[in-house]
Design a binder for this molecule. Structure first.
Ligand code: PNS
Length: 166
C-alpha cells in the first residue's frame, strides 16, 4: 500500500487543491488529506468546518481519507501512518522557496519524501487567501471553489477553534 499525505490548512479548500489531490490519488493507493491547525494563525473556518468542506468535496473520489493532522509534527504523523510521500502542489518559485526547507526538514526528521506536482496553469493564481479576500469584497469566486465551499464563503466564517489546554 503506497500512502501519501496532502497536508494544508485548507481555509477553505479550493479547486487548485482538489486538482492536486486528484492527481495524487492517481499516483498512490491512498491519499490522506491532512488538515492542520496552527493556533498562532487566524482562520476563517473552524477545523470542523474545514474538515467538512474537504470531505464534502472529495466524497466522490476513491482512495481519499480526510483527517486532522493534530497538534504534533507532520513528519511524526507520516511515520505513524507509514506514509511514503507528502504531496504538494507548486504554483511558483516562491512556493518552492517556502516548501524546500520543510521538505528537507521532514525528510531529515522521519525519512518521508516530498513530491511536488506542478499546479495546473488554470489554477496558478489561486490561493485560499486571495479567494477569501475577493469573496469578502463581493467578487465572484464560484469558478474557483466547490459549491459547498462557495455557500459557506457567502455565509461568512465560523467561530474560532479553542487551543488545547496545557
Ligand atoms: O496550508 P498551509 O498552512 O501552508 O500548510 C502548512 C503545513 C500544514 C504543511 C505545515 O504548517 C505543517 O507541516 N504543519 C504541521 C506542523 C509541522 O510539522 N511543522 C514543521 C514543518 S517542517
Amino acid at each position: 500500500m503506497r500512502r501519501a499525505v496532502c497536508p494544508g490548512s485548507f481555509d477553505p479548500i479550493h479547486n487548485g487543491h482538489l486538482e492536486v489531490i486528484a492527481r495524487a490519488a492517481g499516483l498512490f493507493d491512498e491519499v490522506i488529506v491532512a488538515v492542520s491547525t496552527n493556533y498562532a494563525k487566524k482562520y476563517m473556518f473552524s477545523l470542523g468546518d474545514r474538515l467538512d468542506m474537504a470531505r464534502e468535496t472529495l466524497a466522490s473520489l476513491k482512495g481519499i481519507v480526510v483527517e486532522p493532522v493534530g497538534d504534533g509534527l507532520l513528519a511524526e504523523y507520516c511515520r505513524q501512518r507509514g506514509v511514503s510521500a507528502i504531496v504538494k502542489g507548486l504554483r511558483s518559485s516562491s512556493d518552492f522557496d517556502y516548501e524546500l526547507p520543510m521538505a528537507t526538514m521532514n525528510r531529515q526528521l522521519s525519512g518521508v519524501e516530498t513530491v511536488f506536482l506542478p499546479a495546473e496553469a488554470h489554477y496558478l493564481h489561486l490561493s485560499s487567501t486571495l479567494i477569501k479576500e475577493v469573496a469578502g469584497l463581493g467578487g465572484s469566486v464560484s469558478d474557483y471553489v466547490p459549491r459547498s465551499v462557495h455557500k459557506r464563503l457567502l455565509a461568512g466564517g465560523s467561530a474560532p477553534d479553542q487551543p488545547p489546554r496545557g
